[in-house]
Ligand binder design. Sequence first.
Ligand code: FE2
Ligand code: FE2
Length: 255
Amino acid sequence: MPPSHQLAILSRRSFHSHRLVSSRPVPLAKYDVNSLRRVSSAAAAQPQYAQNVLAAGGKSALTPSPLSDEQKRFLDSALRVNQAGELAAVLIYSAQTPPIVRTHPHLLQLMKHMYDQEAGHYKTFNEILVKHRVRPTVMYPLWKAAATTLGWSTAVMGREAAMACTEAVETEIGDHYNSQIRVLLDWAADLEAKGEDFGPEMKELLATLRRIRDEELEHLDHAVMNDAKEAKPYELLTNVIRGGCRAAIWISERV
Ligand SMILES: [Fe+2]
Ligand SMILES: [Fe+2]
């Protein structure tokens, strides 16, 4: 791990800028993207560091500081989970797209858009893992099979089930990214109090996590707008998928 890391507060991209399909009202019951956004806002509401960076012309005037061993362990497991999760997302959309587009051709653009973003996320975390010498999870083969099965089976169940799958996955992954962003901001605040900061690599990582988090929440929006709530059985399906996501995250953090 390079000796210095710096944190920056970069502007959050609006995930409302990519509405592709429907403008129908979204039923809000059990749609917890708002809670994710509140977390996002709370995480972003630590402005002092950003003000310091901006006052220094975008460059922190604070002294760079290395990560502690505990922080390195956190990053190691967090990045490993992120990479595995993005691979799973790519495989889910790959498996869902043919059956969904066959029966609902108008969804081709949306499915391609979400797939392309997931492929970009996966590429990003592959590069980050190499850069930071983080090993992938040993569960890779199992996650690949599970993601493909999940994508294919929900697509065969129908458009609503496929969208419910996206809603469930993106709810968990959005929360997961928010947790990481909160931790990095806490580190920044602690270092700032000591007159230190992270360095340019952490600055870039935080910006990357925020960008990807926003894109995941955009996918969540698309799923709800495309009748995820109409899936049957919605409760069972989303609860099982969300539970599976949490289990996969927990395991991938450790092995
Ligand atoms: Fe993603
Ligand atoms: Fe996503």
